[in-house]
Design a protein around this ligand. Structure first.
Ligand code: ATP
Ligand code: MG
Length: 573
């Protein structure tokens, strides 16, 4: 889980960078906060000719005595300090950014590692839109807090302390007034922030609802068009857009109002403070130079306070962000079994056995009950059965995409728990009933990132009866297939996914309705070309079409629940 403890642990790995960055921060504060102190020196000692420490100090080094000279010294010093500050703050930021980006990468890696192992049944519940928003915006809010806490907050707190110390030094009575007034102002600010941030959340919710309905409508655009439902869908999206308008308006208005009021209150406290300072000068308790310096410092107090308040806000955002990130980490992962025995080693194929297998997607949806099946090594079995009888489900559990609730599955006599699903998926090719495509080149859709030569790919395409089609494309293997392979016909997609599995040279192949979209002639050609390739492999062909089924050594028929009940009744009668 991503927690504050996890962040601390991550930060520990970068201890050195953070210590350096914070030492720089302390140094920066020490050199830059006192800059305005030059004002009382210039005004009181140089302009008004009072006795003081500044001229005395300078005179220790060189005694010149002309005012232009002191002004020049202050000017040069100020410029030098500011230049050093700029350079140092860039260095400090570089250290912090490096740490933050490293940790962001680690969090992304952690999330992806978990996602890639999430069990299929949990994954079905997940919207891909939700996941991608978590991977970007929610991580961003956590990182914003982190970068504030390890980078910025020390500078702000130190600046505030520095200013308070200097104010106390200049005039402690006045400083006390500021130090009492400011917490009051802070309190008002926090109240305002809370109210505004609540409205901002409402607005963000409206935005995310809008994005969701928009993305979904865009993805289903074809279906919507076909069914003449554009008006309905535009209305839905429009309603969400209208909601954004109302929420945004409300949010902006409140933000403007509360911020303006808080700001004016702050100005009032500043005004009051300046008047008191002027009065103190009048009473002779303070010099004009000190008064001017205090004016500058009073103005400098606000930005760090602002940052600290924002930091508190960031903390709450980060907490919520973490919770949303943990939604993903809370999804259970599929069982991982260590490989103890490899039943595929040195064999070209494998036998399969299911013993008393029961499987349910959820409690009241048992698809297979006490199911038994034995397939010999090298056997060609056809699986048929009514739609919904569980054929695809059977294929899914064979490669462990879904876990069975009871029973055992064996490959070459070895139970799957001793083999592990990684090994199983390495040797069992599964041509999905609805194959999915990346919007990328044919080449990538065939290899999914594995290394294959063009020759190997073309060989697989030849068996899958897709060679001529690809060869005649101007870009050949480099042709982009479009979103979800839309630039291909249904049959071409099926053949592409067959070629994809052939490339892996698996020892067992499961075809799930893989030739259903092909015409009889193409299907025959494909099966013929496939024959030598699958001669010594175990093959499970799920199909409805009689001519496909006829090619198998043996036919297994799955029954739906209704059919089984029917059969039971007959038996009883
Ligand atoms: N991911 C899932 N979550 C919940 N139920 C599912 C899921 N996939 C399938 N089912 C249900 O399981 C039953 C068997 O589905 P399955 O896809 O295995 O049937 P099939 O025999 O392959 O049908 P078809 O011939 O139409 O492909 C169906 O009643 C279906 O509604
Ligand atoms: Mg199916």
């Amino acid at each position: 889980m991503i927690t504050f403890d996890y962040l601390i642990q991550q930060v520990r790995y970068h201890k050195k960078s953070i210590i350096i960055a914070n030492i720089i921060a302390v140094f920066l504060t020490i050199i830059s906060v006192p800059i305005p102190l030059f004002i009382p020196f210039l005004v009181d000692e140089v302009l008004l000719g009072k006795e003081g420490s500044f001229i005395a100090t300078v005179n220790q080094f060189i005694e010149v005595g002309s005012p232009e000279y002191y002004i020049l010294i202050v000017f040069v010093l100020t410029i030098a300090i500011r230049a050093i500050s700029v350079v140092l703050s860039i260095v400090r930021k570089a250290y912090i950014d490096r740490v933050v980006e490293d940790i962001r990468l680690n969090i992304r890696k952690k999330m992806l590692a978990h996602l890639s192992n999430v069990s299929m049944s949990e994954y079905d519940m997940l919207g891909s839109g939700a996941v991608s928003s978590k991977m970007t915006t929610d991580i961003a809010s956590v990182m914003k807090f982190l970068s504030g806490s390890i980078g910025n907050i020390t500078v702000q707190v130190l600046t505030l302390i520095g200013i308070s110390v200097i104010l106390l030094y200049l005039n402690w009575q006045l400083a006390l007034i500021i130090l009492v007034l400011n917490p009051l102002v802070i309190k008002i600010f926090i109240g305002a922030f809370k109210k505004v941030s609540k409205m901002m959340k409402e607005r963000n919710k409206a935005i995310s609802s809008f994005t969701n309905s928009l993305t979904e409508s865009l993805e289903l655009f074809n279906q919507i068009r076909v069914q003449n439902r554009e008006v309905h869908f535009t209305d839905t999206v429009n309603a969400d857009a209208k909601d954004i308008r109302d929420r945004s308006y409300e949010f902006q208005l409140t933000a403007k109002r509360t911020m303006s009021i808080s700001r004016v209150l702050l100005r009032y406290s500043n005004d009051l403070f300046k008047m008191i300072a002027v009065y103190l000068v009048f009473l002779g308790d303070m010099s004009i130079g000190e008064m001017l310096a205090i004016f500058v410092y009073a103005g400098m107090v606000m930005p760090p306070i602002h940052m600290i308040i924002k930091f508190v806000q960031d903390y709450h955002d980060a907490k919520e962000g973490m919770d949303r990130l943990n939604d993903i980490l809370r999804l259970s992962v599929e069982p991982k079994y260590e490989m103890k025995r490899d039943p595929f080693e040195e064999l070209t194929t494998a036998s399969i056995e299911l013993k008393n297998v029961t499987f349910a997607y959820d409690e009241n949806k048992t698809v297979l009950k006490d199911f038994n099946l034995k397939i010999e090594a090298g056997e060609k079995v056809a699986i048929t059965g009514e739609t919904g009888s569980g054929k695809s489900t059977l294929a899914n559990i064979l490669i462990g995409l879904y876990s069975i609730s009871s029973g055992e599955i064996f490959y070459n006599g070895v139970e799957v728990k001793e083999i592990g699903y990684e090994k199983i998926r390495e040797h069992i090719g599964f041509v999905l009933q609805s194959p999915l495509m990346f919007n990328a080149m044919l080449r990538y859709n065939l290899s999914l990132g594995k290394e294959y030569s063009d020759e190997e790919m073309f060989n697989a395409l030849k068996i899958a009866q897709l060679y001529d089609f690809v060869n005649e494309l101007p870009e050949k293997l480099d042709t982009i297939v479009g979103k979800n392979g839309t630039k291909l016909s249904g049959g071409q997609r099926q053949r592409l996914s067959i070629a994809r599995v052939l490339l892996d040279n698996p020892k067992v192949i499961i075809f799930d309705e893989s030739t259903s979209s092909l015409d009889n002639e193409t299907e025959n050609k494909l099966l013929e070309a496939l024959n030598p390739y699958i001669a010594d492999k175990t093959v499970i062909t799920i199909a409805h079409r009689q001519t496909t089924i006829d090619k198998a050594d043996r036919v297994v028929k799955l029954k739906t629940k209704a059919e089984e009940k029917e059969k039971m009744k007959k038996e009883v009668a």
